[in-house]
Ligand binder design. Structure first.
Ligand code: G3I
Length: 326
């Protein structure tokens, strides 16, 4: 069996999101199949910078060491996001919102501290994550960043990131690329950054997809449209959701043959598209390693189990794996 990273070595890197458990449980799979990792949560603001002036790099350092020991690259996720960022970051001693200048200064310090530590070692960063709104008629998502700094918080984030590590690839990362309205807003945002000479290198398409949506056509259109901007594209958080509910009367819970076949068909189509746009796509990352663990199990409802990846709960290749490599 040829490993994924070997199979796609002339096209793109093959990545996986990791956390403290999966990096141990699926270490062999990681080492043999993948050549890029992303920390699922451990480099997000609340984890790496939990208190004013206090950074905790313990776990991120550990992941990077694992990567370097095994000739695996690492993506950084994420620097500026509305989510998983503590409230204190936006407040002064009296509990009032800080000024625009103060927040820009804090943003600069955070980006500089984190990126300088990993300069030359983390090759790509999701600098700004999910800043675009899902609501029609609204361009940017309401957030403390937008409220206090204004729309140019995104420009500043990329500038500070570029100053911290001029060689790192800098990404704008978002989801719902299949939705024409959202896609249009992401396109306009990135196009504006390019026109203003903001140092952005690429767009991350999260690719949280399922057995029925989005359509092949939707993703073909998204990849075509984003490619026109002339930046590198990364598939950053791929999963093809396939789930069932736990039945309290039985112990056995697994996907049906029909579900497995459909998932394999979907993966085949999507990887066919990635190959079609291989000149533009340089990394395809799954948001996990194997079906042993996924953020999608018990989400959005408890008891709903998900099997979204190419490897099953024992780390064995599924028909989805065969569909991707054959
Ligand atoms: O760490 C705490 C723990 O102390 C606490 O006891 C426990 C109780 O719920 O929660 C733990 O935090 C959880 C955290 O993951 C770490 O496991 C949070 O509740 C949970 O909400 C959080 O979910 C993460 C989610 O981002 C948060 O937005 C998922 O693991 C992670 O996969 C997901 O990743 C995001 C990407 O960063 C951005 N794109 C979407 C993607 C999926 O939502």
């Amino acid at each position: 069996m040829k490993a994924l990273k070997e199979h796609f070595k002339d096209e793109f890197l093959i990545g996986a999101a990791v956390n403290q458990n999966t990096i141990d449980q699926d270490a062999d799979l990681l080492k043999t199949q993948f050549n890029s990792i992303t920390a699922e949560n451990e480099m997000k603001f609340e984890e790496i910078h939990p208190e004013p002036g206090q950074y905790d790099f313990t776990i991120a350092d550990r992941f990077l060491k694992f990567a370097e020991d095994h000739d695996i690259k690492m993506r950084g996720h994420t620097l500026v996001w509305h989510n998983q960022t503590p409230d204190w970051f936006f407040k002064d001693d009296k509990g009032e919102d800080v000024s625009r200048d103060e927040l820009l200064d804090r943003m600069k310090q955070h980006i500089k501290t984190v990126m300088t530590r990993y300069k030359g070692r983390i090759y790509a960063w999701d600098v700004v994550n999910e800043a675009v709104s899902d609501d029609e008629g609204v361009e940017l998502r309401p957030s403390k960043w937008l409220e206090i700094i204004g729309e140019d918080f995104i420009d500043y984030a990329f500038q500070f990131a570029h100053e911290a590590d001029p060689d790192a690839l800098l990404f704008y990362n978002d989801y719902n690329e299949s939705n024409p309205d959202k896609r249009g807003k992401i396109y306009r945002l990135v196009d504006g950054l390019i026109k203003r000479d903001v140092p952005i290198s690429g767009i991350g398409l999260q690719a949280h997809w399922n057995l029925y949506e989005p359509s092949y056509h939707d993703i073909d259109t998204a990849l075509k449209r984003y490619s026109e901007l002339g930046l590198t594209l990364h598939i950053t958080e791929m999963d093809v959701s396939m789930f069932a509910f736990k039945d309290k009367r039985t112990d056995v819970l697994k996907p049906t043959e029909e579900m497995l076949d459909l998932q394999a068909k979907r993966y085949k189509e999507f990887f066919g598209l990635f190959k079609k746009y291989q000149e533009h796509i340089s990394c395809v990352t799954f948001w996990g390693i194997s079906d042993r663990y996924t953020w999608l199990s018990d989400f959005p409802v408890k008891g709903r189990i998900n099997w979204p990846f190419l490897f099953d709960e024992k780390g064995k290749p599924k028909s989805s794996f065969d569909a991707v490599v054959n």
